[in-house]
Write a protein that binds this ligand. Structure first.
Ligand SMILES: Cc1cc2nc3c(=O)[nH]c(=O)nc-3n(C[C@H](O)[C@H](O)[C@H](O)COP(=O)(O)OP(=O)(O)OC[C@H]3O[C@@H](n4cnc5c(N)ncnc54)[C@H](O)[C@@H]3O)c2cc1C
Length: 399
């Protein structure tokens, strides 16, 4: 019965979504999805972008499948897919999709939060009113995350936090931090960790942006010195933060599979090659470009299949580890091929000798290196795939 009713439900919803977008999406933003990820300057479009954030936030369609009770769209997975398609058709984009509140913290609060935590935090994330960062990595705890040392002590009527995080994306601009902390130093390392929701606007928190070779500072060293958090800031069980933290990483990886991009946003490389002398006549290069295009297509189709299989909406599981690595491979190879196609024009950093697209291609190539590190490195995803999906043993016999 559900199957025969579904096409009608989506048809009705499709018309509703199209009409709402027509009325609410500012035409000036059409095709400007790079504004959402911060890849492009807002400039004179700042006011329209703010208006679009407010409108989609009020409707709950920036977080389409989140429960209506907390301001979300309350849509089914299928309706959310229809909405994404209608947005693409209208040249629209989801301006909330790149925030860590929407991609990681919010879904984890929905999974593990108390009713009070959901009521406090989720509506503000839905409306795009607060920025969140994720405090996991420390100077001596990256891939081996369970070695983290940041202390969190029970100080009677509140928690007291001391220690350092590193590579905290957007920490200097964030209102809140979802942090993994050590609450029981005497327990085995995975068992003494808790997940804390920490207010960044307090004297005990200091952020120092880390400058990259590109001049940008997307992440920080973050210092906590007698920082405090109210007792109700604990997300999930005391000393049960490892499980909560892993769940957040699954949500993070699910947002790094390319699904957020809507697929096919980039200009085909074969078309780019046509603009550079010799590139499209280079049979070997064109062969690799075509292989990359086929890999991108295969990745996109696998994403669609995984989304269709996840109709039950039971959470991200381990599949995102495969998709994250596959997305990383496609994107990094594409970035390499783009520079190769451009030849000497793909070596520019600034100046009039290079077009906007050429300068962006160099930045994308450099940033692409980060894809196989953040959210857990390429090798760590392969470890998860081999252990959790393929069931391979930790070590071979005799090791
Ligand atoms: C752009 C960017 C944004 C980031 N944002 C955040 C953030 O917001 N919050 C946050 O907490 N962190 C963030 N990180 C940090 C990121 O999570 C870590 O860099 C990552 O987990 C790797 O840790 P590490 O840098 O300490 O490298 P290490 O763990 O020292 O790894 C070094 C190398 O050894 C390999 N390696 C390590 N252990 C194994 C193993 N068991 N098997 C096989 N190979 C292994 C790794 O794959 C890697 O190649 C960000 C990183 C980047 C690049």
């Amino acid at each position: 019965m559900a199957d025969s009713a579904e096409p009608r439900v989506t048809e009705t919803f499709q018309a509703e979504a199209a009409a709402w977008l027509e009325e609410n999406f500012p035409a000036s933003l059409r095709g400007k999805s790079a504004l959402a990820s911060g890849e492009a300057d807002e400039g004179e479009l700042e006011a329209d972008l703010k208006l679009w954030r407010q409108r989609i936030g009020a409707k709950g369609w920036g977080t389409p499948t989140w429960p209506k009770a907390y301001g979300g769209g309350g849509l089914s997975v299928q309706e959310a897919r229809v909405l994404a398609r209608e947005m693409a058709r209208a040249g629209a984009f989801n301006p909330l999709l790149f925030g860590m509140g929407v991609t990681m913290i919010g879904p984890t609060i929905l999974d593990y939060g108390t009713e009070e935590q959901k009521q406090t935090h989720i509506p503000r994330i839905v409306r795009g009113e607060v920025r969140w960062c994720v405090g996991y990595s420390e100077p001596n705890a990256g891939s081996d995350l369970a070695s983290l040392q940041m202390r969190c002590e029970d100080a009677g009527d509140h928690w007291r936090i001391n220690g350092q995080k590193i590579w905290t994306s957007g920490a200097d601009k964030s209102d809140w931090c979802g942090a993994l902390v050590r609450t029981d130093p005497s327990a085995k390392k995975h068992e003494g960790i808790s997940f804390m929701l920490v207010d960044m606007h307090q004297p005990g928190v200091e952020t120092r942006p880390i400058k990259l070779i590109s001049g940008a500072s997307p992440f920080c060293e973050t210092f906590f010195t007698d920082a405090t958090a109210p007792k109700e800031s604990l997300l999930g069980p005391l000393n049960g933060g490892w499980t909560v933290g892993k769940r957040l990483l699954q949500h993070e990886r699910a947002s790094q599979t390319g699904a957020a991009m809507g697929g096919g946003r980039a200009r085909p490389l074969a078309e780019v090659a046509g603009a550079y002398d010799g590139a499209s006549d280079d049979v070997e290069l064109m062969g690799r470009i075509n292989r990359n295009a086929m890999d991108a297509k295969a990745h996109g189709l696998t994403l669609e299949r995984a989304a269709a299989e996840a109709k039950g909406n039971s959470g991200p599981g381990f599949t995102p580890s495969i998709l994250k690595n596959s997305m990383t491979g496609v994107a990094q190879t594409r970035a390499e091929l783009t520079l190769e196609t451009m030849g000497a024009q793909g070596l520019g950093w600034d100046g009039d000798a290079f077009s906007h697209d050429e300068l962006e291609a160099v930045k994308a190539w450099l940033f692409g290196k980060a894809m196989s590190i953040y959210g857990g490195s390429f090798e760590i995803q392969n470890n998860i795939i081999s252990k959790r999906i393929l069931g391979l043993p930790e070590k071979t016999q005799g090791e």
